[in-house]
Ligand binder design. Structure first.
Ligand SMILES: Cc1cc2nc3c(=O)[nH]c(=O)nc-3n(C[C@H](O)[C@H](O)[C@H](O)COP(=O)(O)OP(=O)(O)OC[C@H]3O[C@@H](n4cnc5c(N)ncnc54)[C@H](O)[C@@H]3O)c2cc1C
Ligand SMILES: NC(=O)C1=CN([C@@H]2O[C@H](COP(=O)(O)OP(=O)(O)OC[C@H]3O[C@@H](n4cnc5c(N)ncnc54)[C@H](OP(=O)(O)O)[C@@H]3O)[C@@H](O)[C@H]2O)C=CC1
Ligand SMILES: CC(C)=CCC[C@@H](C)[C@H]1CC[C@@]2(C)C3=C(CC[C@]12C)[C@@]1(C)CC[C@H](O)C(C)(C)[C@@H]1CC3
Length: 516
């Protein structure tokens, strides 16, 4: 029944089912996932409050690490037929990945490492376990007058993911990537020993590991704690929105604002071929008397990017004062521009006033319930990619993305990439401004083919010495992958740390075939 074929080559009944499931997805999301997410967050906050009050995390940390070491040693003493990976389930992670290797590997319980360990205000550092999220860090640090120099914006992103993967944010023009604000990593290696990889030590192996860990995706060892720089901050951000025209204008404005030393934050959003907005931000104690604060994080406020678009359409420069935490998590409430696809009326004023306080749904809960037809729709039409390219190539890059995907808005986040050893190697010997080009949405091109189009984008990125963020689907071959990424330090560390039979290679973890 109903097996007549459609222009997409799929049976008609499947197309209809997909259409219905996709368009009615808001029902379970609004009535089940939103309340569950809200309760989950309340319980987590209460739990963290108790743990911080009784300061039990440091003692528990040693116990948890000893257990992880014992698990690794047990693996090392066994037949070593399976490789190891983190026990955190695939659906729990902030990517479109559903990793296959989780089903066939020995799972090591790093997912118990969920606490902030200590803050040293004098040394200006914080020591945390890897499963601590960005939301927890801002909740903990901001009331104390400190912040991480880089706070990737989605609340549920974890320190472990930001270090073993990659983390980008609008303060990147000053501080680089998340890895560049880290001071040391505590790693359990393949033989179960605990080593400290530290920036600036005499010990070459420790230095090497420090530069090798970022982007290694848990294939050199298990991160059990990280010490990260903190900076003093102020309660508000003075944010200036500057509308710009097309791609050339956007590139020039991002370039000029990124070199202004006083700008703490620089971000761009391109809304069409003709219009974009560049935002520059500085820490502030608050607005002068006659100026209002825009609490963009409040439940009834419009989604941030729609607010920015409104300013762009009026083509007027606007300055606002925004509470710092609300600025950091400005794209959380609308999951960038992804929530509209799931709850199409989510930005409607009535929905916001009556239901907005429950938003956003937890990405992990959404992911857990994305299966079957809905997954296929995302696979077929959705582009989720972040490409990091030199800022000087942005105009060309925007043109390529326009031709291949025609998706707007496009997120643009400049950051400084220094010359240093590691998987991502920029070889000029100086600091170079890069930009993260983030494309998330439904592709409007009729000839869109996920493999073909992504491969074309990847080819462009390689041609300008850029890199692809590896939470996204990569369709490169192994050779192409290692043209994009530098494996020299990585390979040396893999041999030195006996990691080759303990962990898969990065490529084998991130390639499309390793995900389902
Ligand atoms: C990822 C990274 C790794 C670094 N590693 C070391 C290190 O091992 N030993 C050390 O003494 N300093 C190192 N530095 C430089 C050190 O951080 C700075 O000297 C100091 O922190 C001042 O930082 P800044 O923010 O004022 O300047 P930044 O703009 O962060 O950097 C200052 C200068 O240091 C250069 N630099 C970048 N990477 C390295 C590197 N691996 N080694 C030396 N210089 C570098 C930059 O190109 C720039 O010219 C490193 C910097 C970064 C970003
Ligand atoms: N603003 C930004 O920068 C944003 C970044 N992202 C991307 O999302 C990802 C982060 O998602 P998140 O859910 O936090 O992280 P994930 O759990 O997805 O972890 C990312 C990778 O790091 C490895 N890893 C995580 N923790 C450890 C650890 N303790 N020891 C060793 N390896 C570890 C994982 O290994 P394993 O596979 O074994 O679990 C995995 O390969 C990042 O890769 C990032 O690039 C997404 C949105 C925004
Ligand atoms: C560098 C930066 C800023 C990256 C931002 C990337 C986000 C926009 C990505 C990361 C995870 C991500 C791919 C995700 C999704 C949207 C885009 C996200 C949030 C969603 C929620 C789309 C809906 C899907 O059904 C599903 C729930 C599986 C995914 C989960 C991951």
């Amino acid at each position: 029944m109903g097996s007549s074929s459609s222009p997409l080559g799929l049976p008609l009944n499947e197309i209809i089912l997909e259409f219905l499931l996709h368009h009615l997805r808001f029902i379970p999301v609004c009535f089940i996932l939103l309340p569950l997410s809200f309760i989950y967050d309340l319980v987590t906050r209460a739990r963290n409050y108790v743990v911080h009050s009784v300061n039990s995390a440091p003692r528990a940390h040693d116990r948890k690490v000893a257990k992880i070491q014992a698990e690794v040693r047990e693996w090392a003493a066994g037949d070593r037929k399976k490789k190891m990976c983190n026990a955190r389930s695939g659906w729990n992670t902030m990517s479109f990945r559903y990793p296959l290797y989780k089903n066939t590997s020995t799972l090591i319980s790093t997912n118990t490492l969920i606490d902030i360990l200590e803050v040293d205000e004098e040394a200006r550092t914080i020591r945390v376990e890897p499963m601590v999220s960005m939301g927890e860090i801002t909740n903990y640090l901001l009331p104390r007058g400190f912040s991480l120099p880089i706070v990737p914006e989605l609340d549920d992103l974890t320190v472990g993911g930001m270090i073993n993967g990659c983390g980008v944010e609008s303060s990147g023009r000053k501080y680089g990537l998340f890895q560049h604000i880290c001071v040391s990593y505590e790693i359990v290696t393949a033989d179960g020993s605990l080593v400290v990889a530290k920036k600036g030590t005499e010990d070459a192996e420790s230095q090497g590991l420090f530069y090798g860990i970022p982007w290694s995706h848990g294939t050199l060892g298990f991160l059990v704690a990280a010490t990260i720089r903190i900076i003093p901050c102020k309660p508000f951000v003075k944010l200036t929105y500057m509308p710009v025209g097309g791609f050339k204008d956007m590139t020039a404005k991002l370039q000029s604002e990124s070199t202004v030393a006083e700008n703490e934050f620089v971000e761009g959003i391109q809304f069409s071929q003709e219009m974009g907005v560049v935002m520059k931000g500085r820490f502030s104690d608050g607005p002068p008397k006659n100026r209002e604060i825009n609490e963009i994080g409040k439940w009834h406020k419009p989604w941030f990017y729609t607010h920015v678009e409104g300013i762009g359409n009026k083509n007027e420069e606007v300055t606002e004062y925004i509470p710092l935490r609300e600025y950091y998590h400005r794209h959380s409430k609308s999951i960038f521009w992804e929530l509209e696809e799931i709850i199409p009326f989510g930005n409607n004023v009535l929905f916001r006033w009556f239901y907005g306080w429950l938003c956003p749904p937890k990405i992990s809960f959404l992911k857990y319930t994305t299966f079957g037809a809905v997954r296929r729709i995302y696979e077929r039409r959705h582009v989720l990619q972040d490409m990091l390219i030199p800022l000087t190539d942005l105009e060309k890059g925007l043109q390529v993305f326009h031709e291949k995907t025609n998706i707007y808005p496009v997120w643009l986040c400049p950051f400084n990439l220094p010359t240093c050893p590691g998987f991502v190697k920029q070889k000029t010997g100086r600091n170079v401004l890069y930009v993260d080009v983030g494309v998330y949405g439904v592709c409007k091109k009729d000839d869109y083919d996920p493999r073909k189009t992504t491969r074309e984008l990847e080819e462009f990125v390689r041609s300008v010495e850029g890199v692809q963020m590896l939470y996204a689907d990569t369709y490169m071959t192994r050779e192409e992958f290692y043209q994009m990424f530098d494996s020299s330090l990585y390979e040396w560390l893999r041999v030195k740390l006996n990691a080759k039979d303990a962990f898969p290679d990065v490529y084998d973890k991130v390639k499309k075939e390793a995900r389902f």
